[in-house]
Design a binder for this molecule. Structure first.
Ligand code: UN1
Length: 498
């Protein structure tokens, strides 16, 4: 396959419609090979300051552009993304490592979001409602917040950016965007697309750099009125603390410990496919990845055997080679964390059935690869069953009933995604009611969220907000209640009612 060329060896920030260099840069490395792809700016606080200044100015005009016209830009963004889908997908595989088929899926998720949110330009519905008093009109409508900050992770460098930036833009805000330094190429490409699509300068500003400098400056900046963050629980809590002090709106999405429940009446082959796809796809580096299988005792051995048989077909390697089904781990720190959890699992008494070690043969040189790993006989209270590993590691937890399965699912600190395989409609409805997660799948794995539904979770996964779906608009808008009294006299609410 011909490799796509990025066309530059140094990325630049995109501020006020201009491509601006930073003094310092760092190398971006292909996790499959260890080769340098490009240099990414490590910006300072000054870049954030310039971006906010430009955004403030541009947003005032943008807010006055009718929303259907704002949406036209997003349609154009969607068309350009569609035209460049293959280019974007290959670059995504190079910087993130996920296999090409999944990269294409992620880019498609961004395209879907463009057209969906463009449609919102003709909706952005508020409510009209009867007023209590005669000759009085009442309605609620959405107003943009102003300048918003988005901080996006490396595991879905384009899809998650679209979940946040597209609703913000269609609703009339200006955006300061700090992408993860591991995967800046998607941000650079998307900024170029925004520019070509005709988005006015200053409405999207991409500032590359570290969380401790650029992220911190954004969180502390009084003129950035919303922070939407996807990333680690620890960073999210820190951001929320600071935003709380400033009364700044903050939307957090911070991971999961997602389980597939397999009941004794399940279609086991289907369950195996769902588990393998959601546990080992993206090498388990998804917030939604399945990392626990809560299995009914009666089918446990059967399920283990079928999983082990099919795990043999998972070819691991560079995602640009289409025969590979599982790509690399993002970096050494990610790999080291996975290794630690294997030791923790063994020490806790879980039984290792497959995998459990990094792949270090000649074929994997330069990259960070970990063998798909299966533990069994885990219990719900073990650390490997409770803590996010962010790698291709899944643990089987045997149970004896649906009630026990639901309890085990709900026992963790997170609440993003869950799944149940069963043919019994009564169990389906009981499970979807009682599983304490923001996303529930029936007869499918724990991944595969679609963009027109809300994405996010309960408990330690977030703070009550949602990405994507129409619900994302709530993060980037303020509700305004408007009362119009056309009686020509003073009418006092709750008093002049007779
Ligand atoms: C994430 O892992 O942070 O449902 C996002 C999914 C994808 C999005 C995952 N559509 O797995």
């Amino acid at each position: 396959m011909e490799t796509i060329s990025l066309g530059t060896d140094k990325l630049t920030n995109f501020i006020d419609g201009e491509w601006q260099e930073a003094n310092e840069t760092a190398a971006v490395v292909n996790p499959a090979t260890g080769e340098e792809i490009v240099q990414v700016p490590l910006s300072d606080e000054g870049a954030v300051e310039r971006a906010v200044k430009a955004a403030k100015k541009a947003q005032k005009e943008w807010a006055l552009v009718p929303a259907p016209q704002r949406a036209e830009v997003l349609y154009q963004v969607g068309y350009l993304m569609k035209q460049r889908k293959e280019r974007l997908s290959q670059l995504l595989t190079m910087e993130n490592g996920k296999v090409l088929e999944e990269a294409r899926g992620e880019v498609q998720e961004g395209i879907d979001m463009a057209f969906y949110m463009a449609g919102e330009g003709r909706r952005l519905f508020g409510h009209t409602t009867p007023a209590e008093l005669k000759d009085k009109f009442a309605m609620s409508q959405r107003a943009p917040v102003g300048v918003v900050g988005i901080i996006t992770p490396w595991n879905f460098p384009i899809a998650i950016a679209t979940w946040k930036s597209f609703p913000a833009i269609v609703a009339g805000n200006a955006v300061i965007w700090k992408p993860a330094t591991e995967t800046p190429v998607m941000a650079y490409e998307l900024a170029k697309i925004f520019e070509e699509a005709g988005l006015p300068k200053g409405i999207i500003n991409v500032v590359f750099g570290s969380g401790s400098v650029v992220g911190d400056a954004m969180v502390h900046h009084p003129d950035i009125r919303v922070i939407s963050f996807t990333g680690s629980n620890e960073t999210g809590r820190n951001i929320a603390g600071e935003c709380g002090r400033q009364l700044k709106k903050v939307s957090l999405e911070m991971g999961g410990k997602n389980a597939v429940i397999v009941m004794d009446d399940a279609d086991l082959d289907l369950a195996v496919d769902g588990i393998l796809w959601s546990a080992f796809g993206t090498s388990g580096q998804r917030c939604t990845a399945c990392s626990r299988v809560i299995v009914h005792e009666k089918v446990k051995t059967d399920l283990e055997e079928r999983l082990l048989a099919k795990m043999k077909d998972l070819t691991i390697g560079n995602g640009l080679d289409e025969k590979n089904k599982v790509g690399p781990i993002i970096n050494k720190a990610g790999l080291d964390k996975i290794k630690q959890y294997i030791e923790i699992g063994k020490n806790e008494g879980a039984k290792l059935l497959a995998g459990g070690s990094p792949l270090e043969d000649e074929a994997y040189r330069g990259g960070h690869y970990f063998a798909p790993t299966l533990f069994t006989d885990a219990t719900a209270d073990m650390r490997i069953s409770r803590e996010e590993i962010f790698g291709p590691v899944v643990s089987l937890i045997p149970v004896n009933s649906l009630e026990e399965a639901i309890e085990a699912n709900n026992q963790v600190e997170y609440g993003l995604s869950s799944s149940i395989f069963t043919r019994d409609v009564n169990r389906v409805f009981q499970a979807q009611r009682d599983l304490d997660t923001g996303i529930v799948y029936v007869n499918a794995g724990t991944t595969g969220a679609e963009i027109h539904l809300p994405f996010g979770g309960t408990k330690g996964t977030g703070n009550g907000h949602r990405d994507s779906g129409v619900q994302a608009l709530d993060v980037f808008t303020e509700w305004k209640a408007v009362y119009v009294d056309y009686s020509g006299k003073l009418q006092r609410a709750q008093i002049d009612v007779d």
